[in-house]
Design a protein around this ligand. Structure first.
Ligand code: NAD
Length: 428
């Protein structure tokens, strides 16, 4: 499905160039914002359990910190590239800006496949990552978080290493920590719920009751599972999910005509978001091709797996029934596909707005760590709902007022805020 020549960073730069033109930004600010301010590339040697030493490649990219410390996750992925990390760091800058939280954009990664690493080896990668970069990250400079194939345990190992190096407690160094160890209630569900808050507001604008809608999801990991959870609570029908099958090394779409049942699928899903195919078939699910999630006759499409999934080649498979594309994943739609989606008048909730619930809750985690006082889950989620809802309406109102595509309206708000911060600081 993915376009082999796809380069996420080129796409992030193209998107930026278009908005820079619309905003008539000065050349200096364009030069500053189209590339990361700083980036670090390093080796992480790990003594493996089989007695060999393996060297893993790690990255941290700090795109822009004019509005506050850089913020962004660390991905473990065998196909990780520095250009993907650069793109994601850039999108983090726009994401923090569009929801108006006082943070900049960063991202990290390690080229590795946690499926083939035991817990001790993963711990060594986490500690090694921090040892390589401990002087260049921190609560006031750059705050990492979990992302694809990393979780709260990885964050706690990283925090422990950071605190050992610096000889004090720094709970604000990293977010996504376990609850009870500086983590925030509500963080696990924040991104998926955030996606659905924006879907709920879009439906409200369209005058559609969520109970009358159906949706199809790509991915069955953290984002997708909680988006489905809230969608079901809103009364919507989740028709299918697609996910990666580690054994077959390909993806499948699991569908039930009566709608998928979240809890029964969760019970047969591994910690990487892979559904057990044999058990799903036993439960009466169909296992369709990986791309089938895109072709469903539904009202809402939610890509929540990886970047570069809706491309010029497969965009025509989207049904005419689809009204909303809510991008749970980062960069799931290529510019070529985006152009067609725009022409077809599908309402897009762009990735850096739709999935900003995670970073917003991470910001709440930092605030709570700084106060050393933790809020209830209800308090966290109601603050999250407020932030996401007001960010969504700021974007949709600008889009309506100036007759803009939603993605452009979101970029205009986000990039304008960052450009102003750089100017106000006297950087350009
Ligand atoms: P995850 O690792 O928990 O889940 C990923 C899911 O995608 C799994 O179900 C996996 O099987 C599936 N998948 C992988 N390759 C696939 C393929 N080729 N076809 C179909 N399914 C495939 O990850 P996540 O945390 O849910 O993140 C998903 C996306 O959302 C990523 O783009 C991530 O950057 C973005 N995101 C996550 C958060 C967060 O808080 N978790 C926040 C913002 C953005």
């Amino acid at each position: 499905m993915a376009d082999k020549n796809f380069n996420a960073f080129k796409m992030a730069q193209q998107q930026f160039d278009q908005i820079a033109e619309k905003l008539q930004l000065k050349q200096g600010i364009r030069d500053l914002l189209r590339n990361p301010m700083r980036e670090y590339h390093f080796n992480i040697p790990v003594k493996m359990d089989d007695g060999t030493t393996k060297v893993f490649r790690g990255f941290r990219v700090q795109h822009n910190d004019s509005r506050g410390p850089c913020k962004g996750g660390i991905r473990f992925h065998p196909q990780e590239t520095v250009d993907t990390v650069r793109a994601l760091a850039t999108w983090m800058t726009w994401k923090c800006s569009v929801v108006d939280i006082p943070l900049g954009g960063g991202k990290g990664g390690v080229i590795c496949d946690p499926h083939n690493l035991n817990s001790r080896e993963q711990e060594q990668i986490c500690r090694g990552w921090v040892r390589q970069i401990a002087k260049n990250v921190g609560p006031l400079t750059d705050v990492p978080a979990p992302d694809v194939m990393t979780n709260s345990q990885h964050m706690l190992w990283m925090l422990d290493e950071y605190e050992a190096i610096h000889g004090a407690k720094f709970p604000g160094f990293i977010t996504g920590k376990p609850v009870g160890m500086g983590g925030s209630l509500g963080r696990t569900e924040a991104t998926g719920y955030g996606v659905m808050y924006t879907v709920r507001e879009s439906l409200k604008n369209m005058g559609i009751d969520p109970k009358d809608t159906s949706a199809s999801f790509q991915g069955f990991g953290n984002v997708s599972q909680y988006a489905i959870e809230l969608f079901e609570k809103m009364g919507g029908k989740a028709v299918c999910v697609s996910c990666w099958d580690q054994n077959d090394q390909k993806s499948y779409t699991y569908r039930k005509t009566t709608g998928i049942v979240l809890d029964e699928l969760r019970a047969i899903t591994d910690r990487f978001g892979g559904i057990n195919k044999a058990k799903a078939l036993d439960m009466g699910y169909e296992a369709l091709s990986g791309e089938a999630w895109l072709e469903q006759e539904v009202d809402i499409l939610i890509p929540a797996a990886l970047e570069n999934q809706i491309t010029g080649e497969n965009v025509s498979k989207i049904s005419n029934k689809v009204k909303i594309l809510a991008e749970g994943a980062n960069g799931p739609t290529t510019p070529e596909a985006d152009k067609i989606i725009h022409e077809r008048n599908i309402f897009v909730i762009p990735d850096f707005l739709a999935n900003a619930g995670g970073v917003t809750c991470s910001y709440f985690e930092q605030v709570q760590c700084n106060m050393n006082y933790f809020w209830s889950r209800e308090e966290v989620l109601s603050k999250l709902d407020l932030k996401m809802t007001s960010a969504f309406h700021a974007v949709s109102e600008l889009a309506k007022k100036k007759n803009l595509y939603m993605r452009d309206a979101a970029y205009i708000i986000a990039i304008d805020r960052v450009a102003r911060a750089c100017e106000d600081r006297g950087w350009i």
